[in-house]
Design a binder for this molecule. Structure first.
Ligand SMILES: CC(C)(COP(=O)(O)OP(=O)(O)OC[C@H]1O[C@@H](n2cnc3c(N)ncnc32)[C@H](O)[C@@H]1OP(=O)(O)O)[C@@H](O)C(=O)NCCC(=O)NCCS
Length: 176
């Protein structure tokens, strides 16, 4: 019996045809905030969200810009986002594109929006001379881990995310 095969990604490409990606502007601050809340809800971390539209506008689109954002649209609807900024790899002596948030609304998942957002980010990384893209994923988030590995990313379990925040941060800031 003859076996018909379809090249990987063909179906996603067809379904992604209606999707459009563009850089966010300051008018998109409320949309970004809503997508951040969507991601936090998915990650069961809504109680940690302190984000406000005003601070997103200030830090993303003010005089000192801390991050950049790509939005994915299906027609007029924002259906996903990738929020990123640049760190620096001293070993490579090149910038690193650090992906802080990636999220696609549940109704649109599996239609190529996530891959299209990451591909657009990879183009930004290459254009800006980055040696790497990097991000963290929660250990229970098997669907996202599967998605990342399929794109060729590797999990680095030997590195432990280390965070100083809240009162320990303030205490250290007062130490001599
Ligand atoms: C993870 C997420 C961004 C992926 O976006 P998506 O739009 O659903 O994924 P896509 O449709 O672009 O999938 C792209 C490719 O990955 C594959 N893929 C998707 N999920 C997968 C999985 N769980 N395991 C293996 N492959 C997977 C698809 O089959 C597709 O392959 P193809 O190009 O060969 O057709 C999205 O599902 C999401 O927002 N999840 C909830 C939030 C989240 O987990 N964010 C990441 C936090 S670190």
């Amino acid at each position: 019996m003859e076996r018909t095969t379809r090249p990987a990604g063909t179906r996603t490409k067809r379904r992604a045809a209606r999707l459009r990606i563009r850089a966010a502007t300051r008018r998109d601050a409320a949309t970004i905030c809503a997508l951040i809340r969507g991601l936090a809800d998915y990650e069961k971390l809504s109680h940690e969200v302190e984000a406000s539209i005003a601070r997103i506008r200030q830090h993303g689109f003010g005089p000192r810009r801390y991050f950049e954002t790509l939005l994915c649209f299906d027609g007029p609807h924002a259906v996903g986002f990738a929020l990123y900024f640049f760190t620096y790899s001293t070993f490579l002596a090149r910038p690193t594109l650090y992906l802080e948030d990636l999220f696609v609304v549940p109704e649109v998942r599996g239609r190529g929006a996530g891959k299209a957002l990451l591909a657009a980010l990879a183009r930004v990384a290459v254009r800006r001379g980055c040696g790497r893209m990097e991000w963290a994923v929660l250990d229970w988030n098997a669907p996202a881990i599967g998605f990342y590995e399929r794109l060729g990313a590797r999990l680095r379990k030997d590195w432990i995310l280390t965070r100083l925040t809240g009162s320990p941060l303030r205490r250290l800031s007062r130490a001599r």
